[in-house]
Ligand binder design. Structure first.
Ligand SMILES: Cc1ncc(COP(=O)(O)O)c(C=O)c1O
Length: 321
């Protein structure tokens, strides 16, 4: 029985959906949204705040600040509240209203940048805003998930060992990439432990992380408008890009069977299925995909027919129903 006194003490997620029955594919989806932050980002948040605490960076009047498209913001709201510190989250208009409301409910201050930067899109605009806040007021402490080693080490220390314990002979692991923390932590862990598990990164079409041109993206979470410095491509065996309509399709395939998963999870699932179709026609590989979030935060978007029709065209509604 897990008994906790802080919300981020409950991080385990030994829940895997076996997709064999549902989708006819030998793929296990590791569900990482069952915690008090509602996503894998609670691991990142807890790790970064703990590291800042150990380094003596959090004073009595510190205000934690971070740029987030949503899920890390909620996770940091949880952790900041639990240690009695203020938290300011800088978001952009792609962050859905419910996500911002959740942060406020947890006591965070939410600031929205409205204009993308010419070179780095909304990500750069959010980061510029955080930088300005820190320059103007010394109480702000930027955790900076894009550069913080405690981001990837959270997954080295928890996510990857959990998977390795359940799947000691895993052939392939699919990991979505935002900052790159999850994929780098998992890849380093499997390599350091002598496993020959292939690490396949899943990115969104329109993200520049792996050298493709920038393009519009509506679903927050995976992908980046500026190449994330944490991503070391030499530690990644393959990359799959997923178009947002395919993310929606994957989410809807599972929701039709009672599993309401989030946008990042749909992207990773779609990428994993297409990679396996191309690379494992004989269906011999053991495979796990990390599903970082659940679907409640997407009922106004991915799971809303009007939103899908408005942004992707009504012609898609039949194929995703
Ligand atoms: C739900 C969710 N999953 C995954 C990611 C990406 O993971 P990482 O930043 O570790 O690459 C993000 C955001 O960046 C996210 O919000």
């Amino acid at each position: 029985m897990p008994v906790i006194t802080k919300p981020h003490e409950f991080l385990e997620s030994d829940v895997y959906i076996d997709l064999n029955d549902l989708l006819g594919r030998g793929l296990y989806l590791k569900c990482d949204g069952f915690n008090f932050g509602g996503s894998v980002k609670l691991r990142t948040a807890a790790s970064m705040v703990a590291a800042a605490g150990r380094d003596g960076l959090i004073g009595a009047d510190s205000i934690l600040v971070e740029s987030s498209s949503g899920n890390l913001g909620i996770a940091l709201s949880v952790v900041a509240a639990s240690i009695g510190r203020r938290f300011t989250c800088v978001i952009d208009p792609r962050c859905n209203r419910q996500t911002a409301d959740l942060m406020r409910a947890l006591g965070a201050e939410v600031v929205t940048v409205t204009e993308p930067s010419a070179e780095g899109g909304f990500l750069r605009a959010r980061q510029d805003h955080v930088r300005r806040l820190c320059e103007e007021d010394g109480r702000y402490l930027w955790l900076n998930q894009y550069l913080n080693h405690a981001n990837w080490s959270a997954h080295y220390e928890t996510t990857a060992p959990e998977i390795a314990k359940q799947f000691p002979h895993l052939d392939v692991l699919f990991v979505g990439v935002g900052t790159g923390g999850t994929v780098m932590g998992c890849s380093r862990y499997f390599r350091d432990n002598g496993a020959d598990t292939r690490i396949v990164a899943v990115d969104a079409v329109g993200s520049v992380t792996f050298g493709l041109p920038a393009g519009p993206r509506l679903i927050p979470g995976l992908g980046a408008g500026v190449r994330p410095p944490m991503v070391d491509t030499s530690l990644i065996d393959d990359v799959v890009h997923v178009a947002e309509i395919d993310t929606i399709r994957a989410c809807r395939r599972l929701s039709a069977q009672g599993f309401l998963l989030g946008g990042s999870s749909g992207t990773v699932l779609s990428g994993a299925l297409s990679w396996l179709d191309r690379n494992d026609p004989g269906r011999e590989l053991s495979a796990v995909a990390i599903a970082p979030d659940l679907g409640e935060r997407y009922v106004d978007t991915i799971y809303n027919d009007s939103w899908v029709a408005e942004h992707f065209g009504a012609q898609h509604l039949r194929s995703i129903a």
